[in-house]
Design a protein around this ligand. Structure first.
Ligand code: ATP
Length: 267
């Protein structure tokens, strides 16, 4: 594992208040049957910032992410505590509506293989009943431009979404997510299946996207967390150990376990 030196530079701690948060979890515990995967997590996710979730394998990163758009329940899990989205308990928000507002991008690019590039971008809108072809074309173009894919695919928008490279597919999936105009984008290791060049493009894109969206990214790659995020949450064995601004976490963490993890001593 790569080593990130812990330096003596002192960065101020900066905690996110509930007032600044788009999403807040309160005493969030998550379960798979009897097995408890998260323990009393309290976390405020700030608007228009990138929050990275880091920690060793099995610490609950993906479970935490999936709780935020009620995907955890879809895969058979349960939770206790509460999750507020724009101040409203997500239990009171229709899951389909919630997932429009809290979009998700997965580890492995998953474009719809039988659909064209164009139809992949607007698939969600069509499903919601949008039929105006001209408007759909405009929205597809706008979102393909936002993810930097337009120039690469504009000459053949009718080819399959699965016919482009892995990195392009992942940007297509991001275009599909943002076409629904979400407030929050959850990304679960979005670059772990990609080469370094495709990874760099996604990281640049994340930087651009935070102007409009709030992003929560799970990553195993600590350099990536340090590069792209404003805030970092370190999880260990289902517990939130430390959450602070990213510079503080990577240069002067308050917790010994955080320091050991980011300096590569375990994980
Ligand atoms: N579908 C499931 N059924 C039962 N237990 C599960 C399920 N998914 C995850 N777990 C368990 O819950 C805990 C948290 O898993 P989770 O996938 O959230 O961790 P993670 O930090 O994202 O791991 P990784 O980095 O390996 O993806 C682990 O102990 C895992 O074995």
């Amino acid at each position: 594992m790569s080593q990130i030196p812990v330096t003596n530079i002192i960065y101020e701690s900066r905690k996110v208040t509930e007032e600044e948060a788009v999403v807040s979890t309160k005493n969030l515990s998550a379960y798979f049957g009897e097995k408890q995967a998260l323990f009393e997590v309290n976390l405020n996710i700030p608007k228009n910032q990138v929050t990275a979730i880091i920690g060793p394998s099995g610490c609950g990163k993906s479970t935490f992410l999936r709780c935020l758009n009620r995907m955890h329940e879809v895969i058979g899990g349960t939770y206790s505590g509460s999750i507020l989205f724009d101040g409203e308990d997500i239990k009171n928000i229709n899951p389909v509506e919630l997932r429009k507002r809290v979009g998700m991008v997965f580890q492995k690019p998953n474009p719809f293989p039988t659909m064209s590039i164009m139809n992949n971008v607007v698939a969600g809108l069509k499903l919601n009943g949008m039929r105006d072809k001209r408007l759909l074309n405009e929205i597809a173009e706008e979102n393909l431009k936002k993810v930097g894919l337009w120039d690469e695919v504009k000459d053949n928008l009718n080819r399959s979404g699965a016919s482009i490279s892995g990195g392009q597919q992942q940007r297509l999936c991001i275009a599909r997510t943002i076409a629904l105009n979400p407030e929050v984008i959850l990304m679960d290791e979005p670059t772990s299946a990609l080469d370094p060049i495709a990874t760099a493009k996604i990281e640049d894109l994340i930087y651009e996207l935070k102007k409009e969206y709030t992003i929560v990214i799970v990553t195993h790659n600590m350099q990536q967390a340090a590069r792209v995020s404003d805030y970092t949450a370190f999880f260990y064995m289902g517990r939130l150990i430390e959450y602070d601004n990213t510079k503080k976490i990577f240069t002067n963490p308050s917790n010994k376990q955080t320091e050991e993890y980011i300096s590569g001593r375990f994980g």
